[in-house]
Design a protein around this ligand. Structure first.
Ligand code: 13P
Length: 248
């Protein structure tokens, strides 16, 4: 049985005090047990988040990492650094990394392999642009973005969350309808089933991301193949995020 997962991607928001305040509010109010909660602050605040969530079921994710373990890469953060402070998850392949920082499927896959090698769970993001959807190429895009991951072993998949985030829905207030989300999630699960078999495909959590808000979360999460969400803007507002967590 897949546990519903709600992950907060705080992106490049909040200073130290805002992060601490948000963490303490969430820790007081998040109910324990029914869902898996993952919080992704900036690199600067990972330690603060790890300390705040120590002894709780809440996990922490980094929002990115470099594709090499170490070296002369000024300004970058490596998986070894993340591992050494106890980070449990890393978000990879986010559309903002793909479009604003030119990350290719190849580089993202290098990162995925490295994270898995270090035993860190991966939240792998992918999704089509508006143009791709309108030209009816969204399934093809998704297949391409997912294709390298199909080289991974069965064991690797125990450490992967998929996060379908249609680019046209990110930060736009335009959410995929529950039917659109379900259709794509079922398609993704079928790709996994065809490659690895039904059992593995039923075990992989597929999250939806893109303008999830308190007023649409319940309907999205009640779709059979939507196993929770990756939340951007609404995860910065305590009340909204708690409503989304409680919509599961
Ligand atoms: P929004 O919820 O702000 O649309 O962001 C989604 C997202 O990019 C999560 O990774």
């Amino acid at each position: 049985m897949r546990l519903k997962t709600i992950a907060a991607n705080w992106k490049m928001n909040n200073d130290e005090k805002e992060t601490t305040d948000l963490l303490s509010e969430l820790l007081i109010h998040i109910p324990s047990g029914a869902q898996k909660i993952i919080l992704a602050p900036s690199f600067v605040h990972l330690n603060t988040a790890l300390q705040a969530t120590y002894n709780s079921a809440i996990e922490v994710a980094a929002q990115n990492m470099h594709h090499k373990v170490s070296g002369a890469y000024t300004g970058e953060v490596s998986i070894k650094m993340l591992k050494s402070i106890g980070v449990q998850n890393v978000i990879l392949g986010h559309s903002e990394r793909r479009t604003l920082f030119n990350e290719t499927d190849d580089v993202i896959f290098e990162k995925v392999k490295l994270a898995l090698e270090f035993g860190i769970k991966v939240i792998f993001c992918f999704g089509e642009s508006l143009e791709e959807r309108e030209s009816n190429n969204h399934f093809k895009t998704i297949e391409k973005q997912l294709s390298k991951l199909l080289d991974l072993s069965t064991n690797d998949w125990e450490k992967i969350y998929l996060a379908y985030e249609p680019v046209w829905a990110i930060g736009t207030g335009k959410t995929a309808s529950p039917e659109q989300a379900q259709e794509m999630h079922a398609y993704i699960r079928k790709i996994l089933a065809d490659k690895y078999g039904e059992e593995l495909s039923e075990d992989v959590s597929i999250l939806y991301g893109g303008s999830v808000k308190p007023n649409n979360a319940k309907e999205l999460f009640s779709q059979p193949d939507v196993d929770g969400g990756l939340i951007g803007g609404a995860s910065l507002v305590v009340g909204d995020f708690l409503d989304i967590v409680n919509a599961v």
